[in-house]
Design a protein around this ligand. Sequence first.
Ligand SMILES: *[C@@H]1O[C@H](CO)[C@@H](O)[C@H](O)[C@H]1NC(C)=O
Ligand SMILES: *[C@@H]1O[C@H](CO)[C@@H](O)[C@H](O)[C@H]1NC(C)=O
Ligand SMILES: *[C@@H]1O[C@H](CO)[C@@H](O)[C@H](O)[C@H]1NC(C)=O
Ligand SMILES: *[C@@H]1O[C@H](CO)[C@@H](O)[C@H](O)[C@H]1NC(C)=O
Ligand SMILES: *[C@@H]1O[C@H](CO)[C@@H](O)[C@H](O)[C@H]1NC(C)=O
Ligand SMILES: *[C@@H]1O[C@H](CO)[C@@H](O)[C@H](O)[C@H]1NC(C)=O
Length: 578
Amino acid sequence: MPPALRALLLLGLGLRLAGALNPSDPNTCSFWESFTTTTKESHSRPFGLLPSEPCDRPWESPHTCPRPTVVYRTVYRQVVKTDHRKRLQCCRGFYESSGICVPLCDQECVHGRCVAPNQCQCVQNWRGDDCSSGCAPGVWGPQCDKPCHCGNGSSCDPKSGACSCPPGLQPPRCLEPCSPGHYGPACQFHCLCHGAPCDPQTGACFCPPERTGASCEIPCVRGTVGFFCPSTYPCHNGGVFQASQGSCSCPHGWMGIICSLPCLEGFHGPNCSQECRCHNGGLCDRFTGQCRCAPGYTGDRCREECPVGRFGQDCAETCDCAPGARCFPANGACLCEHGFTGDRCTERLCPDGRYGLSCQEPCTCDPEHSLSCHPMSGECACLPGWAGLHCNESCPQDTHGPGCQEHCLCLHGGVCQPDSGRCRCAPGYTGPHCASLCPPDTYGVNCSARCSCHNALACSPIDGACVCKEGWQPGNCSVPCLPGTWGFGCNASCQCAHEAACSPQTGACTCTPGWQGAHCQLPCPKGQFGEGCASRCDCDHADGCDPVHGRCRCQAGWTGEHSRCPGPRPTAELEDAS
Ligand SMILES: *[C@@H]1O[C@H](CO)[C@@H](O)[C@H](O)[C@H]1NC(C)=O
Ligand SMILES: *[C@@H]1O[C@H](CO)[C@@H](O)[C@H](O)[C@H]1NC(C)=O
Ligand SMILES: *[C@@H]1O[C@H](CO)[C@@H](O)[C@H](O)[C@H]1NC(C)=O
Ligand SMILES: *[C@@H]1O[C@H](CO)[C@@H](O)[C@H](O)[C@H]1NC(C)=O
Ligand SMILES: *[C@@H]1O[C@H](CO)[C@@H](O)[C@H](O)[C@H]1NC(C)=O
Ligand SMILES: *[C@@H]1O[C@H](CO)[C@@H](O)[C@H](O)[C@H]1NC(C)=O
């Protein structure tokens, strides 16, 4: 079984063990468990348009048509999600017993009890790592008939006969003191005596006559009868000499009568008397007792697995595994779901287009509209906008996105793109929901065409048709109304008599001289003439004047421009005046 799989199985076992553990139990550790949930998720869905389109051609009456706004409604949908929760289990080396995590010794402690993972404390007269041997010190073997071959009266393991040498004696047989320059348990430390030898047991320096101090670091003064040395204390590593006890009081992290021995692994503090509690392979700083966690773990006692998606020393690195794969917090390695392989679990175990245990089944996913075909189940993962078992059905109307879960609202004849949900607006409309008309002077698809109207009130955003001002002919509004017509679309006929001109904008008549009235249908009143009948006739002996030119109509017997000269009336003039 690959270690990855075994670790997962162990996790599975841990689940069953985790009943109602107390998180303040120092031997509980946390891990992340994945689970799927079905939740209701609310989201805002475009619902309609307010007001609901009361204006037929809003660009023609922009001030009376309210601006439309899209209204949204909160809707709920079911979502299946993979989530993670923190679970407690007993730390490695411990197991649960009545709600407490107790240390686990792989071998039963026969005559003793398990005090720490794989560490038995034997009752009196019993020895061995599992407290199963009753051999006296000095002999070993199942019948306790083999003498220990360990020097200097050292004891041996009652089961294996291996010597356990006290500090200062050379393993494996404890026959000789540590080789020069070494001291301590298993002779593992180097003397710190500036070249002088040291006590193999304690590491205390044997200084030459000309030097003194705990490490022979202080020179002595040469006197007449040899050297004079200042008095010093034997403590190493900052220990303080306690005269009453004849030993040193050691700072944290050190032990031994002269504080020359670092704490054993797993201990810290004053006299190395404090036990470390770093879990999951974390190491303890012997000075502070703080844990330095193994990669993949965090927390003050390394009791917590890295958060999901992170791994490594102090959980500082980010996992890079395919969705559905598990990432190992220690090294970031990916554990693939069935059917996948590769460093990131992105490669299918079956060749493309096949699935099943022996890859014999053909995939039925539409190749153009599928993301993938699951190598075990053959299930098709569809591209956004596509649905169905084979991903060959496009999303139902007004839906889009992955799984057709999103709703679209495309107004005014806009069409929703099933993949992106974007609206493709009908000509004349724009905006995310096609709710707005094209900006002024533009029209068409994407509002990409420019209007070419000249004397227009507006331009249709749909097809660019010009809404001409009064007095201009339909089309591009560059041609004025034909004579005799006026108004919007030149649809009105002029109502002006006597050849009066008509305003193409208002239809107002501009009367020719001699006529008046709204339609120029009335001649000038007697005594007035000309444009607008504004001039007065200047005649004395006349029957008024000509309404157009103001020429006097002389009475019989009078003549002249102003009808003031008596005289014969020439025939021609008479005829002219009539
Ligand atoms: C260990 O035993 C040897 C040989 O019996 C002896 O010479 C030596 O002094 C002993 N050393 C200690 C530290 O007892
Ligand atoms: C350290 O050990 C010495 C000697 O065994 C003892 O006198 C002293 O009280 C201990 N100090 C602490 C802080 O336990
Ligand atoms: C989708 O594909 C399946 C299998 O090829 C086929 O039976 C079905 O008719 C297709 N559906 C559509 C809507 O094309
Ligand atoms: C409108 O815009 C869309 C998106 O930019 C583009 O795909 C389409 O071709 C455009 N249509 C026209 C007629 O310009
Ligand atoms: C207006 O339209 C007429 C007829 O369609 C065309 O002949 C004329 O060139 C246009 N005028 C302008 C200024 O676009
Ligand atoms: C002008 O008259 C025509 C025909 O009766 C009609 O279709 C059109 O809408 C009118 N145009 C305007 C601006 O009233």
